[in-house]
Every structure is written in C-alpha cells, then in structure tokens.
Ligand binder design. Structure first.
Ligand SMILES: [Zn+2]
Length: 299
C-alpha cells in the first residue's frame, strides 16, 4: 500500500530528524523516518523508512489500536536501538530483549516475518508479530501487553497503574497454563518471561498492588486469585516463599497465608483443567537434608 507523506503521516519532519541525527546521535528518532498511516478499519500501520543506512531492515506494526500509537513508537525505538547495538534482525527469526523499562522481571519476545508488500517504498520490510505467530496475525498484542506491564510495574500512582493494567487485560487476559507452570521459579529473583508471555502474570500482580494501594483489598485478592488460577505452580511456590519470609499481617500477607491453591483453581479455572499440583521442590529438598542442618537453619 502506497501512502501520501504528509505532516500527519510522519512522526517528525526531516529537519527535526536531521537535527537529531547530527546533534543527538543516541536518539532513535534521528535514525529513520517513522510513518503512521490509518488503515481502512481505523487501526494504524506504524512503520520505518531508512534503516538500511544502518544495515537493518525496515520494520512495521499493523492493526495498531489508536491508543497504542505512542507505545508503538516506543517499541520501535527500543527494538531499533537494540538491533543497532547488538541484534542482527532477519526475516523469519525471533527477537528477545528488554524493550520497555531498564529493570523488568521478564524479557519480551516477538517474531519478524516478511511483510507482504509490493510497492517499492515499502518492499522488504519486516513485520513484528507475536512470538511464533504467522504474518497474518497482525498486531502483536502480547508484546504490547508486556510493554504496558513493564510500565505498570514502574507507575507510582495507583490509579494510573490500575488503568494501565485494565487496558492490558482488555487486550490479552492471559491463558490458563498447565498446573505445574512456574513451580520451578526462584521467587526472590524470578525471571517471569514465560509466565508473562503466556499468562500475563505481571499485569495481575501489578493490578492487585494498585488495588491494595487504593484500599480495595476485596478486588485486589480477586486478581491475585486470577494470577494463581493461571499459574498454579507459581502460586504454590510464591505462597511458600512469602509465608517463610514475612511475618506481617496486612491484607496481602493474610491472603497468601490462607490461600488454598487447589480450591482457587477449582473455582477459577475452566472446567476439567485442574489436575494435581507438582510436589513443592523446596519441601522435597528439605526432606532429604540431614535433620541437624535443618534444625540449625530454623534456630
Ligand atoms: Zn511509509
């Protein structure tokens, strides 16, 4: 699809872009032209021109909801910066990285596919889709939801955090994973990449925190139950970790102390999807330890 290039199509004009390229060489705004074109359905096609200068392919998002436009630009900047620094981008390959916040408890995943475009201005672009998805899948909602999750985690204003999480859940509520999902994580320094990508775990945790912070504990524990129902193995491991680590008696800890993982799964998971939980590894390891070592540890 060819398109007119107007002030509305371009993120910035050529003068601003050149200024940034020469005087702010670290700013991805200056590395390419970023176009945004409305699609017939009212969604947006956000894409680059000029990345070949850096030996990179041009990139695109399609079917972007209008309220995601700012995030689409942010994601493009970060993926381009990541690629320019160290990541070769090739068609039909996956990308993984920290694209949203300096500190995230998960990596983001996506796949690059050849964009089916014939016109000479946009030929040989790569479309960014969700990890492992085909080119027709269009808008990478899990990638964008993980971007929102990273921002929600950082947001200090609980009302803002809540709004971000609710928008993310509207796009992708997360799947109900197998019963053992997340059982092997180390809660103190967890890598939530898999649980975020498949179950949207980080969004449920941030939303619960935002609601606790607004003195709405009933709603908050409902979303903690949603997180547990999606990742029961994680719920079991995380509960054991919290109960071992904290003595305080606030609504958050009271919830976890009383949480019956199987009972929550029976109420919240789709029918016939709740099998047995894996045996907690910590307990199994503790049982194998010599008794004297265990006693010294608890003394
Ligand atoms: Zn264009």
């Amino acid at each position: 699809m060819r398109h007119e290039i107007t002030a509305e199509t371009r993120l910035v004009g050529p003068v601003t872009r050149l200024y940034r390229r020469y005087f702010k060489p670290e700013d991805p705004h200056g590395w390419a032209d970023y176009h945004c074109v409305e699609e017939p359905e009212g969604t947006l096609w956000v894409h680059t021109h000029g990345l070949r200068r850096w030996r990179l392919p041009d990139l695109e998002f399609v079917d972007v909801p209008p309220d995601m436009l700012g995030y689409a630009h942010q994601m493009l900047f970060e993926i381009v910066a990541h690629a320019k620094a160290r990541l070769p981008l090739a068609a039909e390959s996956d990308i993984e990285g920290v694209f949203s916040a300096p500190v995230q408890s998960f990596h983001q995943l996506a796949t690059l596919r050849w964009a089916p475009r014939e016109d000479p201005d946009h030929r040989e672009s790569l479309r960014i889709v969700d990890w492992g998805h085909p080119v027709e899948s269009g808008f990478p909602r899990r990638l964008f939801v993980s971007h929102i999750a990273a921002w929600a985690d950082l947001a200090e204003d609980p009302a803002r955090k809540e709004a971000l999480c609710r928008r993310a859940l509207a796009m992708f509520p997360g799947c109900f994973l197998e019963m053992g999902a997340g059982a092997d994580i180390k809660p103190g320094r967890a890598d939530l990449t898999d649980l975020q990508h498949r179950a949207n775990l980080s969004v449920y945790l941030s939303l619960a925190q935002a609601l606790f912070d607004q003195d709405r504990p009933g709603e908050a524990t409902g979303y903690l139950e949603e997180a547990i129902a999606r990742c029961p193995g994680w719920g079991q491991t995380y509960r054991d970790y919290l109960v071992r680590k904290y003595r305080r008696k606030d609504a958050f800890m009271n919830f976890w102390r009383d949480a019956e993982i199987m009972e929550i799964c029976a109420r919240r998971r789709p029918a016939n999807t709740s099998g047995p939980l894996p045996r907690p590894k910590a307990k199994a390891a503790a049982a194998r330890k010599p008794k004297t070592r265990g006693k010294r540890k608890t003394a």
